[in-house]
Write a protein that binds this ligand. Sequence first.
Ligand SMILES: NC(=O)c1ccc[n+]([C@@H]2O[C@H](COP(=O)([O-])OP(=O)(O)OC[C@H]3O[C@@H](n4cnc5c(N)ncnc54)[C@H](O)[C@@H]3O)[C@@H](O)[C@H]2O)c1
Ligand SMILES: O=c1ccn([C@@H]2O[C@H](COP(=O)(O)OP(=O)(O)O[C@H]3O[C@H](CO)[C@@H](O)[C@H](O)[C@H]3O)[C@@H](O)[C@H]2O)c(=O)[nH]1
Length: 444
Amino acid sequence: MRVSVFGAGYVGLVTAACFADVGNHVVCVDVDSEKITLLNQGIVPMHEPGMENLLVTNLNTGRLQFTTDPAVAVQHGEVLFIAVGTPPDEDGSADLQYVLQVAHVIGQLMTETKCVVNKSTVPVGTATAVKNTILRALNERGLDYPVDVVSNPEFLKEGAAIADFMRPDRIVLGTDSPEAIEVMRELYAPFNRNRDRLIVMSVASAELTKYAANAILATKISFMNEMANLADSVGADIEQVRLGIGSDPRIGFDFLYAGCGYGGSCFPKDVKALRHTFQAFGGEAKILQAVENVNQQQHHRLFDKIKKFYGEDLTGRCFALWGLAFKPNTDDMREAPSRTLLSLLWAAGARVQAYDPKAMSEARRIYGQRADFKLCDSPHAALDKADALIIMTEWKVFRSPDFSAIKNQLKQAVIFDGRNLYDPKRMKARGFRYFGIGRGESLV
Ligand SMILES: NC(=O)c1ccc[n+]([C@@H]2O[C@H](COP(=O)([O-])OP(=O)(O)OC[C@H]3O[C@@H](n4cnc5c(N)ncnc54)[C@H](O)[C@@H]3O)[C@@H](O)[C@H]2O)c1
Ligand SMILES: O=c1ccn([C@@H]2O[C@H](COP(=O)(O)OP(=O)(O)O[C@H]3O[C@H](CO)[C@@H](O)[C@H](O)[C@H]3O)[C@@H](O)[C@H]2O)c(=O)[nH]1
């Protein structure tokens, strides 16, 4: 099939490359000309495992092309995917300007009927707004083609994006058009082989499904973080509680890790946007408000422990920081808990020596040169003469470090662990003061 994808970000690029990989001819268009130049050279502008290989392979077959020219994309695709950003507006609602710009361009350039598919995360009613925008632009040209706008939300996770796209848990399609369902069934057939994962529903239900999925995952995390804070007070270990509750299949083990709070480009923005939808319809999202509040406090939790340990003024203190990305296997630092911690440490007068396996350039881009921030070449270089080690991202390489080397390099054997990587008893036996999240240490 001939497919076009608007947006070459995480979602657009993965969508384009995965469709090309199963034999489709795909054109991916982006307004960011630097990004398109890199992609045409086989260079992936972000860190996503497996992406470079998939990109180069499919560029070489000629089945995957990148352009900044929307006319090429509109003309090429039988199916046109919209996968552009929907960042939070000032009031927390989803900013739809990029989605609607693409809709307008499609309407300006279409010369035959097309199946338009929205993959961006958007509030209920957006597919209708996209359709109306296309119809208006067509109308300005004196044209009137039938237009189907399908809602096909994306559920991939950064760091596992290709596997998630190639082997999805489900493929949600919001449409009432039998023709569109048929086209989408054919397009997704290679990813839908061993059992039917296609769930067809109304457009509004599909749009809401995406937000509900992220909101329930964020809720699980905030719930566990709240339990973890209680565990600290009562002397329980949240890791043992996690095992105790997760073994009930009605609860399950996934997304029960307490820590320094959720981040990334999706959960924070989508919880806000869903709360905004409630307000727009005269309601109040009481649970989501609490989920957000707990998460905001959780971003401060490790800093509160640090302050309790050292006192309010951290002038002259230096901390080793392991992990800057919002989660492992990505260089993405959007809404990363490390960013909140860095500003709190700096405001209290501390210096930071940081290491992250993939997010160093991103940190350099965000913070530039600062006297109180040093980016180090290795986890051990970051420890050099620091007062304590702080862990913010659970990269695999941090899981079994050389603890004697850590002890030798730090001024004092103290670890603040925002991801609960180590066993508190063993750490005590090794001679460390070890503060996790909800491990029964009531520092706060
Ligand atoms: N990142 C994820 O893990 C993820 C997963 C599922 C869903 N989503 C949703 O998918 C959407 C895209 O997210 P992302 O992370 O890929 O965003 P992103 O910021 O990485 O990429 C968006 C891209 O769209 C491009 N763009 C903007 N306007 C354009 C236009 N008019 N024409 C062509 N390109 C244009 C931008 O230049 C950018 O490269 C969002 O709604 C997001 O919530 C993201
Ligand atoms: O038990 C857990 C699991 C995750 N997190 C944190 O939650 C955030 C989000 O993690 P994850 O969901 O793995 O990353 P994303 O790439 O943001 O993916 C989410 O957001 C995407 C964009 O909407 C969706 O497509 C995915 O299904 C959804 O998992 C990160 O900060 C994690 O550290 C926890 O604190 N505890």
